[in-house]
Design a protein around this ligand. Structure first.
Ligand code: KG4
Ligand code: ZN
Length: 338
């Protein structure tokens, strides 16, 4: 089955053509137009600018994805689009464009939850991956430990009570003078630093599988401010490494706690923060010591892209789910996020 997928939930416009059938997984194209440079001027995503930028490039990008795949709309079996969660003005651009295409070409329309899409990115590298499994999802807007009961039925068993992990990376990056979004640069800085330089309290909530990254972020910011006031040198690499070590050990702590309860044998690590080399390494070590099969998408598929939306769209379609022209975008998919 060949799916044209469209993603516009935040600051990346993306269109992809993917082919999925049984264990067949092919990414024929995955065009991404990032607005990061524009938003970096403001230190974060400006929703109005994001919506306009999506509208400016979505049509060109979609036809570029078809061109790269050497296909026309005739060969497309269905259109998948992210409808939640995200910035409302941004989501609406993708949803309305996809609705227009589905109507004009008479194709089935599939609505996809963006966070489920992050998890579905793993199917490309692990075609044998089958629910049920557990997923640790860490992105800029979402962080949860989720029981994936079936490919389309997700139940979070732990979540952040405040900031998402990516948000914490970006905010700490900002106080260390990095431009938005600082996550990827924090990864590089941390590699050059001493992770035991500062000891921060873990970002987990006792007796639950929940996280709290806001306290950790504030602790780092306080450390930086106090060091500045004392006119001491801020060792950015060491701060980044110590912060990252705390994030990784907090994630591993909750994965261990969850293992004691659920005894899961397969784990997916997904979302933009899953690109973090220290997190990949920490979670890999945890998984191998517990004999858990770990599936982490390729780095390029961890951050926002439409191929992952196509992959989830395939499973939604196989589960019989169809959207129609009444489909609307929703900024938040509720507390559970799914
Ligand atoms: O999943 P994503 O692309 O967008 C959302 O759905 O939010 O995640 C973006 C987040 C940003 O906060 C970015 O800084 C973070 O993922 N990120 C990283 C790394 N690469 C991206 N955080 C830590 N280390 C990285 N290597
Ligand atoms: Zn995302």
């Amino acid at each position: 089955m060949i799916i044209l997928a469209i993603e516009s939930s935040c600051d990346e416009t993306s269109a992809a053509v993917v082919e999925m059938d049984g264990e067949k997984r092919v990414i024929h194209s995955n065009q991404i137009s990032s607005q990061v440079a524009t938003h970096a001027l403001y230190g974060g995503v400006v929703p109005e600018i994001a919506g306009r930028a999506h509208a400016e490039c979505i049509s060109r990008l979609t036809y570029a994805a078809l061109d790269e795949a050497k296909m026309s709309m005739k060969e497309i079996d269905a259109i998948a689009v992210t409808c939640t969660p995200g910035l409302i003005g941004a989501l609406l651009v993708g949803v309305n464009f996809a609705k227009g295409l589905a109507y004009a070409y008479g194709k089935p329309l599939i609505s996809v939850n963006h966070v489920k899409g992050h998890v579905a990115a793993a199917y490309f590298e692990y075609p044998e991956l089958r629910a049920p499994f557990f997923a640790m999802i860490a992105s800029g807007g979402h962080t949860s430990l989720t029981y994936v009961k079936s490919a389309t039925d997700f139940e979070p068993v732990g979540r952040t009570r405040d900031d998402a992990a990516g948000e914490a990376f970006d905010k700490v990056g900002r106080v260390l003078g990095l431009s938005y979004p600082g996550g990827a640069e924090m990864d590089r800085l941390a590699s050059a630093g001493n992770p035991d330089f500062i000891k921060f309290a873990p970002a987990v909530i006792a007796d639950t599988l929940d996280f709290s990254f806001s306290g950790l972020k504030s602790a780092v910011i306080n450390y930086v401010h106090v060091t500045q006031m004392k006119k001491n040198e801020i060792r950015r690499e060491d701060v980044a490494a110590s912060f990252t070590k705390t994030v990784v050990s907090s994630v591993v702590k909750n994965l261990e706690k969850a293992y004691e309860i659920y005894r899961y044998d397969t784990l997916v690590l997904a979302g933009g923060v899953a690109a973090n080399s220290h997190l990949r390494e920490g979670v890999s070590n945890f998984a191998s010591s517990y004999n858990i099969k770990l599936c982490i998408p390729a780095k390029a598929l961890c951050s926002d892209n439409a191929a992952m939306i196509g992959a989830q769209g395939y499973f939604e379609y196989m589960a019989g789910k169809r959207a129609n022209l009444t489909l609307n975008a929703k900024a938040s998919s509720g507390k559970a996020a799914f």
